[in-house]
Design a protein. Structure first.
Length: 101
């Protein structure tokens, strides 16, 4: 089970940055050192989960799927919110108190 998760993460790592043209199974296999059969199996599972997808007009090429992109966008929104909250705390705590109060 742990190796399967590691393999899937390796595939995701390789797909990052290749969202436009994607990669072929063989390219992913060469980059990860995993067999083409293992890559295919994991890509099918990742596709079922919406994490990877075949590019419709580029047959045999894979890229990150919409669910993975949604994860990234949700993370970015959350980090923006957290940063705003941290900025408010920093501003509130950095005020110089008036003397005599």
């Amino acid at each position: 089970m742990i190796n399967s998760v590691k393999n899937a993460v390796s595939i995701i790592d390789i797909l990052v940055g290749n969202e436009v043209t994607g990669l072929r199974n063989k390219e992913i296999s060469e980059a990860t050192g995993l067999s083409a059969a293992t890559i295919f199996h994991h890509l099918q599972t990742l596709e079922e989960l919406g994490i990877a997808e075949q590019i419709p007009k580029l047959e045999g090429r894979w890229r990150l799927g919409p669910r993975f992109i949604q994860f990234a966008l949700a993370h970015e929104r959350h980090m923006t919110t957290v940063q705003g909250e941290l900025d408010q705390v920093r501003q509130r705590c950095s005020r110089i108190p008036s003397k005599g109060k």
